[in-house]
Design a protein around this ligand. Structure first.
Ligand SMILES: Cc1cc2nc3c(=O)[nH]c(=O)nc-3n(C[C@H](O)[C@H](O)[C@H](O)COP(=O)(O)OP(=O)(O)OC[C@H]3O[C@@H](n4cnc5c(N)ncnc54)[C@H](O)[C@@H]3O)c2cc1C
Length: 448
């Protein structure tokens, strides 16, 4: 039997393509080796945000204690996990039901290519006209002695009990977010990062966030490369190397927060003639089509497309582009302008567009404004001391090239800057906008 389309991956990148093609009368199969729903819905953004919101309540209560509120908010970890499950548990069943309603055939298991037009899953060989690789990402191998003792972000989101001490390997956005959650929930937390933390974010704001994270008693160690993990009775000893030589920390739990790579190794892409980069990401052209096998397209974390960060909205955008190109012939290119990235710490760090360093290294003439906003009324009202912004504006045209926010509601306000960048609005346009007041967004008028 020949499928018009086989999709591997039921996450943000794959499921939309399968649905759209099935609605257009295509014979479609979808395959996943994990419960249906993908990383974002089951093991990433959505469950994480449930924990983030609870940890924010604790933080807010602590900030306002003595300023008109009293008492103590605290995290009840097992109850919070049970609440989180009410979001994740229904996803696989309802998603599979929706696929069946569209006539999509569903396969569970790890699949792999056997030829440029053949895919095997559970010993069954399927033939296809088109294929979409939306296989997502997995934690990058650490290549450390004792790596087996290191738990993944998925394990962290499933913890039935939060231990007293947690070490995060890495200082990227997942490590920061989870460290903030664990700390607000009562754990003593150490972060061991190899290079500059949150490397792709604006360094002035990152420095403030790192200081604030330390003020919360999270031990953030930079330039500290983990070299091994040992089990000592029921504890773990995490060895690391820094400028001060070799050292170790003892902990009850070690969590991997040191980056992810495309989950493509099992797919045997070479058998289908699908070229990949050194990380295993599918090399695609401007239509998100494999550069070496035109039957195959890719979307989401498993594709390498310049300017596309591995985030859910990007995967969704790519899935729309791929669907259109499959159904109507190559006609749509992805547009990655104005994609926001957020670190869901408390407070959040949010960014869109270029950093100052990027703009200057590209030789652009820019107007930069950067201020600590912790004394602005909007932040004082909630007693948030970690608050800052930086805006980067093209001197000639007044167009907004980048915006960076640290503070309450940063993850919401950044969307206004994203819209401005996508629609070529100028700093003057945003300054003259009439904002609802008093809101954090109203502060934008003073950021240029
Ligand atoms: C802890 C965490 C927090 C995150 N938070 C955010 C956030 O706040 N905001 C944001 O925008 N992004 C966030 N992300 C990133 C986001 O989840 C991903 O960018 C997004 O889910 C990618 O979607 P995808 O469709 O490419 O892959 P996925 O959703 O990962 O789906 C791919 C699926 O394909 C399956 N698969 C792979 N290979 C095979 C095979 N050979 N056979 C069968 N099935 C296979 C995988 O098991 C997986 O289920 C987070 C990620 C993590 C891990």
């Amino acid at each position: 039997m020949v499928y018009d389309l086989i999709v591997v991956g039921t996450g943000a990148g794959g499921s939309g393509v399968a649905n759209r093609c099935a609605k257009n009368g295509w014979r479609v199969a979808i395959v996943d080796d994990e419960p249906y729903g993908g990383t974002c819905g089951l093991r990433g953004c959505d469950p994480k945000k449930v924990l983030v919101e609870a940890s924010r309540l604790v933080d807010w209560q602590r900030r306002m204690n003595g300023l008109g509120t009293s008492g103590e908010a605290r995290i009840d970890w097992p109850a919070l996990m049970a609440f989180k499950k009410t979001f994740t548990d229904p996803v696989p069943g309802s998603m599979e039901k929706a696929f069946h309603a569209l006539g999509i055939e569903t396969y569970h298991g790890s699949g792999r290519f056997t030829a440029p037009d053949r895919f095997v899953v559970n010993d069954e060989e399927l033939e296809f006209r088109h294929f979409v690789v939306a296989a997502g990402a997995r934690p990058a191998p650490l290549d450390l002695p004792g790596e087996d003792h290191v738990r993944t972000s998925t394990d962290f989101l499933e913890l039935q009990k939060l231990p007293d001490r947690v070490v995060f390997i890495g200082a990227g956005y997942i490590a920061f977010e989870f460290a903030h959650i664990a700390s607000r929930a009562g754990a003593r937390v150490v972060m061991l990062g190899r290079g500059r933390p949150l490397g792709q974010f604006e360094s002035d704001l990152v420095n403030r966030l790192v200081d604030h994270t330390r003020e919360l008693n999270i031990d953030v160690r930079v330039n500290s490369a983990v070299i091994g993990v040992e089990r000592v009775d029921s504890r773990f000893r995490v060895r690391f190397r820094s400028v001060n030589g070799e050292n170790f920390v003892e902990t009850d739990l070690v969590v991997h927060g040191a980056g992810r790579i495309p989950k493509t190794v099992q797919l045997d892409l070479a058998r289908a003639g699908v070229d990949t980069d050194s990380r295993g990401a599918v090399k695609v052209n401007e239509w998100l089509q494999s550069v070496s096998n035109p039957r195959v397209y890719a979307a989401g974390d498993a594709a390498v497309s310049p300017g596309a960060p591995p985030l859910t909205p990007v995967a969704v955008h790519q899935s729309l582009v791929v669907s259109s190109n499959l159904l109507h012939g190559n006609n749509e290119r992805p547009d990655y302008r104005g994609i926001s990235s957020v670190v869901f710490t408390t407070p959040a760090l949010a960014a869109v567009g270029k950093t100052e360093e990027e703009a200057r290294s590209q030789g652009l003439k820019v107007r930069v404004k950067c201020e600590d906003t912790s004394r602005w009324q909007s932040n004082r009202r909630v007693n948030e001391t970690a608050a800052m912004y930086k805006t980067i504006v093209d001197e000639g045209t007044g167009r907004i090239l980048g915006a960076h926010l640290l503070g309450p509601d940063a993850e919401e306000v950044i969307n206004i800057f994203a819209l401005a960048i996508r629609d070529n609005l100028t700093a003057s346009d945003l300054s003259h906008m009439i904002y609802a007041f008093p809101t954090h967004a109203a502060d934008i008028a003073y950021m240029f």
